[in-house]
Ligand binder design. Structure first.
Ligand code: 5AD
Length: 424
């Protein structure tokens, strides 16, 4: 989502006549986008911000804009930010570029007035240099209203708002006309698309319509909440050419007690039943999940339940995070952060090692198998890089395919997290 926001900001700046430079120190306009979903991300943003402060000291004429979840959507808090970061000229909430538009216009930059088709984001600019790529992320649900006890997103990105499908599809058409071949529809809970808009279509139909846009070869969607993955959604993915067999469905923990304390709204058995339904309908579906280790009350035994779940689930990727209390969240206010960091780190490493070992074994028999990838980039060494429909990264040696081509290849090497192939 932040990548999508940042590319839109870059496109807006380019439309105003600004051009990218290689080094931050050469920039007359600096925009820093930020994530605060975990303490680590916030620390990284604050570290970068110290560097930006130094750059501003060196050249006070340059404009500094701070964007994203560190800013948030509440203007009362933004006043406090002015005091905290006096060197910042402009504060921008997540996924909302209207203040940047206003700022540029007030300074005489040629920014069109009516760029905003919906309330939240300007559409992509057809002549933008930035983000001209094969794969494009398109936010379709902004914010989130689910009350997972650990999660700061509702406080930073605001409540759930689906964008009108007409705007989304117009944007997809504009992207396709610029050569984009793959669309990834985004939402914090993407499978709730349309539920907050009476009369709007739902995610399965939005996916089908996106896949029908001329030029679009592949469509994905993330991230799904297990409670909202409907039979209609699974059937749409199973039955629509171009809809990739790939699900990102965070489970977060393998213990019912921990899931209840997280207020996730499902049990381990319900989650496993859902994955069973997905795999029954789409045997080759890729599955990616998120896990938080060291949530309050996660005993060693409960963590072992998560390890055991991973064995039964056999996911294709796990994004592992160590729990960190986030401001305003229920868990930060009411639950003691009772797992020491050394133990969180032990659990993170154990889960990562288990995943690496599983994927090494799972992938080994794939060597020699045919795959189709959508070529995204050409590396300096000439290798073509792209992903399979189920989202495995593949590097192809000895191919002259162009970015945007669908390339038939045969795997020659299978690692836990990537593959090497030759043209088939
Ligand atoms: N601490 C650790 N991880 C978190 N995530 C969200 N909030 C927290 C937190 N407070 C993780 C979840 C989510 C992913 C985007 O970040 O696993 O799915």
């Amino acid at each position: 989502m932040n990548e999508a926001d940042a590319l839109r900001a870059a496109a807006l700046l380019e439309s105003a006549g600004l051009r990218p430079v290689a080094h931050a120190d050469d920039a007359s306009f600096l925009l820093l986008n930020t994530c605060v979903v975990r303490q680590q991300a916030e620390d990284k943003a604050l570290g970068r911000l110290r560097h930006v402060a130094e750059l501003k000291r060196r050249n006070p004429d340059r404009v500094v804009a701070l964007m994203g979840c560190l800013v948030g959507r509440i203007s009362r808090e933004q006043d406090a930010l002015h005091g905290r970061f006096p060197f910042v000229d402009l504060f921008l909430p997540p996924s909302d570029l209207r203040p940047l538009q206003r700022f540029l216009r007030e300074r005489g930059f040629p920014v069109p007035d009516d760029m905003t088709h919906d309330d939240f984001l300007p559409p992509p600019l057809p002549d933008s240099q930035t983000g001209r790529s094969i794969v494009a992320h398109v936010p379709v649900v902004l914010g989130c209203s689910h009350a997972c006890t650990y999660c700061v997103i509702p406080y930073r990105r605001g409540g759930e708002r689906s964008r009108p499908s007409a705007d989304i599809l117009a944007e997809v058409e504009a992207l396709a006309s610029r050569g984009v071949r793959e669309i990834i529809l985004l939402g914090q809970i993407v499978d709730r698309y349309g539920l907050d808009r009476p009369g709007e279509i739902r995610l399965p139909e939005l996916l089908r319509r996106t896949a029908r846009v001329p030029g679009i070869a592949r469509v994905r969607f993330l991230t799904s909440h297990p409670r909202w993955v409907t039979p209609e959604l699974i059937a749409a993915v199973a039955g629509t050419p171009g809809l990739c067999p790939y699900f990102e469905v965070p489970v977060q923990a393998g213990s019912d007690a921990v899931l209840a304390a997280m207020r996730r709204g499902y049990t381990v058995a319900e989650y496993e039943a859902l994955i069973g339904r997905i795999r029954a309908a789409i045997p080759r579906a890729g599955l990616s999940t998120d896990i938080i280790v060291g949530f309050p009350g996660e005993t060693a035994a409960r963590f072992n339940d998560t390890l055991a779940l991973m064995d039964r689930l056999d996911p294709d990727m796990i994004r592992i995070a160590k729990y960190s209390p986030r401001p305003l969240t229920w868990s930060a206010r009411h639950l003691p952060d009772d797992v020491p960091d050394t133990e969180k780190e032990r659990r993170r490493v154990a889960l990562e090692a288990a995943l690496r070992e599983r994927l090494t074994r799972k992938h080994a028999p794939l060597a020699g198998q045919p795959v189709e990838l959508l070529v995204e980039t050409i590396e300096k060494t000439g290798r073509r890089y792209g992903r399979t429909p189920d989202y495995k990264p593949v590097f192809v040696e000895g191919s002259d395919a162009a970015p945007g081509d669908l390339l038939q290849a045969r795997l020659t090497w299978a690692g836990p997290f990537s593959f090497i192939a030759e043209p088939a």
